[in-house]
Design a binder for this molecule. Sequence first.
Ligand code: GLU
Length: 298
Amino acid sequence: MTTAARFAPSPSGELHVGNLRTAILAWLFARSTGRRFLLRVEDLDRARAGAEAEQLRDLAAIGVSWDGGVVRQTDRKPLYEAAIQRLTDAGRSYECFCTRREIQEAPSAPHAPQGAYPGTCRNLGDTERAARRAIRPAALRLRADVAEATVHDVLHGSFTGAVDDFVLRRNDGVTAYNLAVVVDDAAQGIDQVVRGDDLLPSTPRQAYLASLLDIPVPEYAHVPLVLNADGARLAKRDGAVTLADLAAAGVTVDRVRDALLASLGLPPGPLEQALAVFDPAALPREAWVWPGMGARDA
Ligand code: GLU
């Protein structure tokens, strides 16, 4: 059986050095374990025209190569709908008419984890549902029968987190990320997921959903993020943080790559050299603060 890993950027803008560092790590984990490495464009939401091409260009420039063509989530609606149908047939979904505000203002269920959907629409009767449908379109939620789940992560060990009645399909018809990611990873034969540790809290939901769909849970490695000088997650507004901005400031791609590799305790040069000595156990476990780079650092 072939095994595969992936990088799955959202094409909302150019990749910044934090995204590129995660991509390098995903590539190193994949290649060091003999896996194929696939690229999936998560364009269901927040897609900006032109961003995908820029992201692919920058990944290639930094040395991250992928196998086969690029998969786009907007081409895969039938696959998501088939999974939703399966859950619905098994009594595992329900329509939800709540606005964001109603959810915030609803009293939370006893013992429910913070931020969990309070279950307002879980047991609506047919008449009530029909009345609400006439007012606004429904989102579709998972009918979960657990409140938490545990996953294993290569870097974090055992991690237990909340599972609630999360959204499968939004009320504008767009497939929700948690459903799409599980269905796509399964359809692409992905058995290793390396991504930023901001997604660790969503992982128990995804693993639970995978179990409902009889999908094997992949190996997870949630890697530390890159932060700005204030300790917040790095963002485009933090100055020259994309390859294009850095190039304009006189910093070559190779220097950016080498700085990212150094931050991981890995040798400079083409990624193959880092691959030769890559050891997940030796990776830093803390977030890395982006020091900034300019021509003067040459
Ligand atoms: N598209 C997500 C992001 O760019 C990544 C999702 C994933 O790797 O599962 O944050």
